[in-house]
Design a protein around this ligand. Structure first.
Ligand SMILES: C[S@@+](CC[C@H](N)C(=O)[O-])C[C@H]1O[C@@H](n2cnc3c(N)ncnc32)[C@H](O)[C@@H]1O
Length: 351
């Protein structure tokens, strides 16, 4: 039988794992715990610098511990924080943003604004991706190896749960399927009510000016909101359907170019000049490609508004831009309550 040890939880790392130290001083990661708790854990993996364990018993529970409402929580790979009261989730995410910007980004003098809460901490997802393996339909478990039989997802909206019930009723073949509420043309922000808050925050931070470049623009979610604030708007996106959707309802000051941002950005930035122009970037989780960073350093813009769903790659990219740009504002938004994910808006000003 694997070794059981007592731990005091000191922190919640990005990803949702609690962090404690064994008697020997080795860092130990364990899920489903809360800072301040005293717990018994069972070692499941011993590495040279850290170990991983599973929770056996909570000896002294945090006041922030709540009963997870979902029957699959703890096994399903989707949620990390259902055992944590919602205000404590926001605080944990706020802390993780600061840690990543310090440790990965190398920043020391910055302020992270309080995390913008989600109006609905449950039933918010407008789409889910489900897998069918050997006749079982649902989400991967925490190990990522097994598909769990999921009848209902408490973070998915009611229409998405209805779509899940209908899909399961059809006894699908093995494969992957995205179930969503409403039509989608390419990328769509996952949480509609937080997407509105994000849109308004980005509009506020972008301000107004001559040229807005919306890189990774999808179907123009931000560009459409901002086209009234800028003399000219250029959207860059490689998804054909998203660009076609952006091109419907076009005003004379809007242009959408289809292709790789790495290739399209230099000529868009060449139009910036000395005027008050803004570059908006909302890349996928992998962050900015090295060529994109190079372009932004070679042809600077007065202000960059960076939207990201991955604090690690955001911190890495901001570090590369730091020689030329000052990080002035960091606003996390809770786009994905109960899960480990964080959406962040960061604003950079040319030095
Ligand atoms: C996080 S989404 C943001 C979309 C949009 N800003 C929105 O809020 O709806 C990232 C977008 O970048 C696009 N994309 C990813 N890599 C790209 C690349 N190298 N060049 C152009 N577009 C890219 C994806 O198709 C996707 O639409």
């Amino acid at each position: 039988m694997s070794k059981e040890v007592e731990l005091e939880i000191k922190d919640l790392a990005y990803g949702g794992q609690g962090v404690g130290r064994t008697e020997e001083g080795k860092v130990c990661f364990v899920a489903d715990v809360i800072p301040g708790e005293k717990v018994v854990v069972r070692m499941i993996r011993e590495k040279r610098d850290f170990s991983e364990a599973e929770l056996v018993e909570v000896q002294e529970a945090s006041q922030d511990r709540v009963v997870p409402p979902c029957e699959y929580f703890g096994r399903c790979g989707g949620c990390a924080y259902q055992h944590l009261a919602y205000p404590a989730q926001l605080l944990a995410k706020w802390n993780q943003v600061g840690v990543a910007l310090r440790r990965i980004g190398g920043f020391s003098d910055f302020e992270v604004q309080p995390v913008v809460p989600a109006p609905q901490p449950y039933y918010y997802r407008n789409r889910i991706t489900v897998h069918t393996r050997e006749g079982i339909t649902g989400f991967y478990d925490r190990s990522g190896r097994r598909v769990m039989d999921i009848r209902r997802c408490l973070i998915a909206s009611e229409p998405v749960n209805q779509a899940l019930a209908e899909y399961r009723g059809r006894r699908p073949f093995d494969g992957v399927r995205t179930l969503s509420s409403g039509e989608s043309t390419g990328f769509r922000q996952t949480n509609d009510s937080v997407a509105i808050l994000l849109l308004e925050e980005v509009a506020k931070q972008a301000g107004c000016g001559k040229l807005l470049i919306d890189a990774y623009c999808g179907s123009g979610f931000f560009a459409k909101r901002l086209r009234g604030q800028f003399e000219q708007v250029i959207g860059l996106e490689w998804n054909e359907r998203a660009v076609a959707a952006a091109k419907t309802d076009l005003l004379p000051n809007e242009t959408y170019l289809q292709g790789d941002v790495s290739e399209l950005l230099p000529s868009a930035l060449a139009q910036v000049g000395d005027d008050a122009s803004v570059l908006l970037v909302d890349p996928p989780a992998q962050g900015l490609a090295p060529q994109v960073v190079r372009s932004i350093l070679e042809q600077p813009c007065k202000r960059i508004v960076s939207v990201s769903c991955n604090i690690a790659t955001l911190a890495r990219d901001l570090k590369k831009l730091a020689p030329l740009y000052e990080l002035t504002t960091v606003i996390p938004l809770d786009m994905f309550p109960q899960t480990a994910e964080i959406e962040i808006v960061a604003v950079l000003e040319q030095r």
